[in-house]
Write a protein that binds this ligand. Structure first.
Ligand code: GUN
Length: 293
């Protein structure tokens, strides 16, 4: 029997845990955690994500603000906004929603975020701490995936984990987290990417397969090992007559066919997505706690 990994359910459980902690802070007259999100331009997906993050904050009692900036903002002006958030005492943490317009250096922006407010965990200081196994803000999607594996009590130790995609946001940090010396990790990790030769040869060897390459329905049933654990990070909007809206979301995995062959699988939507948002909430709470000391 294949187990459907219900990210929505686990995310709701974690949200309740966060909400209780926030409630306790309020009862004790402590500062209520406060997140800010900078959104540059009109990228519809980015807008949707940022709004979802704001809604999630509200649902657990975390305060939030969206700072909407024009597509044509200069890098200098954006850096001024970042510095304003670095300095102010109101916001415990903030994010700059990616991608940014091409005329802005993403790396330059990230490097100018104060690491103690970097709830995305993208600053080199936080990445460096993560690599060394020190406490830090962990990037939201990999953190959410680790939490899913843990809460479903999926044994990872000694397993061969194949990650498809080496982005700074998902694949690269996840490869480090899964290979860490820890009971919930201890995997042997292979990180595949666009220059990997004969990618199928690696996919068929995966005990745990993480699909984060951004190609719709790339993973088909014939590619995966029987009883593999499948984590689908992809999210694609496709036209569909099944839905009133006229479209539906699908992942990097051909879910219907892979489902019958694997032991665990995350659906799209309702798998990794809700965990990404909840990890940001958890990081924001963590930032607020750091600020109290
Ligand atoms: N764009 C896609 N995922 C993310 C994320 O986790 N954080 C930010 N800031 N931008 C993103």
């Amino acid at each position: 029997m294949t187990v459907l990994i219900d990210g929505k359910k686990i995310a709701n459980e974690i949200k309740q845990e966060i909400a209780s902690e926030v409630e306790l802070l309020k009862e004790n007259k402590r500062k209520v955690p406060y997140l800010a999100a900078i959104l540059v331009g009109n990228n519809p997906a980015s807008k949707t994500y940022v709004m979802a993050k704001e809604k999630a904050c509200k649902s657990v009692g975390i305060k939030s603000t969206i700072i909407d900036l024009n597509e044509n903002i200069s890098q200098k002006e954006l850096l001024q906004n970042v510095e304003m958030l670095n300095q102010n005492k109101t916001h415990d943490g903030f994010i700059v929603q990616l991608p940014l317009p091409n005329h802005i250096s993403t790396q330059k922006i990230i490097e100018n975020i104060n690491p103690i407010k970097d709830v995305d965990g993208f600053h080199p200081m936080n990445i460096g701490k993560m690599v060394n196994g020190l406490p830090s803000f962990l990037p939201a999607t990999p953190k959410g995936i680790m939490e899913l594996l843990k809460r479903y009590k999926i044994s990872t130790e000694g397993k061969h984990c194949v990650i498809l995609g080496r982005s700074n946001i998902v694949g690269t940090p996840l490869s480090i987290m899964l290979s860490r010396k820890s009971p919930n990790a201890n995997c042997t990790v292979t990180l595949c990417h666009s220059k990997t030769k004969n990618i199928k040869k690696f996919i068929e060897k995966a005990d745990i397969l993480i699909a984060a390459l951004g190609i719709k329905h790339f993973i088909t049933a014939d590619m995966v090992k029987k009883n593999a654990i499948i984590i689908d990070v992809g999210i694609h909007r496709i036209k569909s007559n099944e839905k009133k809206s006229g479209y539906k979301l699908v992942g990097d995995v051909d879910f219907e066919n892979v489902y019958t062959k694997c032991s665990y699988i995350t659906p799209v939507p309702g798998g990794v997505g809700p965990m990404t948002i909840v990890s940001l909430l958890s990081n924001t709470l963590q930032a607020a706690k750091i600020n109290m000391h």
